[in-house]
Design a protein. Structure first.
Length: 472
């Protein structure tokens, strides 16, 4: 098979996939893991099959993949498919530039610099800079590493004893903060979880109490991590108040805005992050509400010298980094060496939409979330389980005649919904309560798909109540 024919065959599969040409109509393949292991051939051969086998393998992969661009996909904090960003992804992969030096990725460097500088401008870091990362978890780790370097200058080179260093997060923060505590050397037990209010937002007064108590116990507070868009509820911590406490106590403030950062495009909703300009660092995932293909994530820092110091190990790589490009080599601000070009797809999409297009996208998702919330509140067998600040809609099925408790009922309901394969939404907990948590971040979601989702939830809930066995 020649190159042109092969590319055309692959392109046709992309066209069919994007056009939602799937006879099953399912978002999720129905085969469980044991069945997949028995039926799919994923072994690696001693002698290759050649290009002709590739197309069959791609067909099988597409068939067995979760269809994250379908309007029935409302499961994690990302979804959908953008044509401009897809084009950027394909070209970035084909050109295969690495982002650690200007020499190896000249235009890619200019593009990433432009993106980072524009996003810093949006959050109020007039002299800030940053880097693209492998995701919000990595961004949170960089924030805590910068906080460590700020609190213990030279610790990057000399090491430090982290047994007394403590960081403060909301009790509903992302689990990556614990990973970060492990990596930076303070340990999980030195992450202090601060009480949240009934809406899932960190309580500033409780934070101040925890900081003062920690100092009384001989511990050294060094960092506060605020969350702008929590994973379950989509709650936004009161950044302005937390920033005042951080400045008062001499602590680094990192904001995990991986999920909620996109609100800054919207004149209506950017107030959710009031005070962000007072933070020291922020992570923001463009692969979430902005709809860019995974992975596309940024870490922004108000004082770039701190990040530069953190990444000072690059100075020994004389075979990569040279003095004549010192101000341009992006590897001097990254913990990674080889790094793919994640900037091109975001830049291409931004050039298509402009700021106003991103603002329209935020309004679309917020309007859809409000529509779903209204649908929940309109039905007696559904109840909201939290107030809604962002596009996470937290609710559950309820029925006074159910022999099951509410948690068992909703666990079974979500299982049936997944087994059926027509919709994907997540299951979460708020306190001890099991909830259903659709998230509106997929641009292909429509009000029709929202109505159908609620209809299937009510259908499965009624069948459970009546004792009807599940059918696929």
């Amino acid at each position: 098979m020649d190159t042109d024919t092969f590319i055309e065959e692959v392109a046709q599969r992309l066209v069919d996939y994007i056009a939602l040409k799937d006879d099953s109509g399912k978002v999720k393949p129905s085969l469980p893991m044991k069945s997949l292991r028995r039926t799919l051939d994923v072994h690696l051969p001693l002698e290759g099959f050649g290009l002709n086998g590739v197309l069959d393998d791609l067909d099988t992969y597409i068939q067995q993949s979760v269809k994250t661009h379908k309007p029935e996909f409302m499961n994690p904090l990302w979804g959908g498919l953008s044509l401009p960003a897809l084009a950027g992804e394909i070209i970035a992969t084909a050109t295969n530039n690495s982002m650690y030096t200007f020499e190896l990725s000249p235009m890619g460097t200019l593009i990433e610099q432009a993106l980072i500088e524009r996003m810093c401008e949006m959050v109020g870091f007039s002299d800030g800079f940053g880097t693209m990362t492998t995701g919000g978890s990595n961004g949170n780790m960089l924030g805590m590493l910068c906080a460590r370097e700020h609190a213990a200058p030279g610790s990057t080179k000399l090491g430090f004893d982290g047994t007394k260093m403590v960081a403060f997060v909301s009790e509903e923060s992302h689990y990556s903060v614990l990973m970060s505590a492990n990596v930076i050397g303070i340990g999980h037990q030195n992450v202090i979880k601060v009480r949240c209010d009934e809406d899932g937002r960190m309580v500033p007064e409780s934070l101040l109490e925890e900081i003062r108590f920690a100092r009384q116990e001989g511990l050294q507070p060094f960092c506060i991590i605020a969350t702008a868009g929590t994973t379950v509820r989509g709650a936004f911590d009161p950044i302005d108040s937390l920033a005042d406490i951080a400045h008062q106590e001499g602590l680094w403030l990192h904001v995990d805005a991986a999920w909620g950062g996109t609100c800054m495009f919207s004149t209506t909703h950017r107030q959710l992050m009031d005070g962000i300009e007072k933070a020291d660092s922020i992570c923001w995932d463009a692969h979430k509400m902005m709809g860019i293909p995974l992975i596309c994530s940024t870490f922004l820092v108000k004082r770039p010298a701190v990040l530069r110091s953190l990444c000072n190990h690059v100075t020994v790589a004389h075979y990569l980094f040279h003095q004549d490009a010192e101000s341009d080599d992006l590897g001097r601000y990254s913990l990674q060496c080889g790094r793919r070009n994640d900037a091109l797809k975001l830049w291409i999409e931004w050039r298509v939409r402009g700021d106003s297009g991103w603002a329209d996208l935020v309004e679309l998702h917020m309007d859809n979330a409000a529509y779903l919330e209204a649908g929940v509140e309109a039905h007696p067998n559904l109840e909201m389980m939290s107030s809604r600040m962002w596009t996470n809609v937290c609710f559950r099925y309820k029925h006074q005649d159910s022999p099951l408790d509410s948690n068992q009922l909703n666990i079974e309901l979500r299982k049936r919904l997944l087994d059926e394969g027509r919709f994907m939404i997540s299951r979460s907990n708020i306190g001890e309560d099991v909830i259903l948590r659709p998230v509106l971040s997929n641009e292909n979601v429509t009000r029709e798909s929202i109505d159908k989702l609620l209809a299937r939830i009510l259908h499965h809930g009624e069948e459970i109540i009546r004792g009807i066995p599940a059918t696929n």
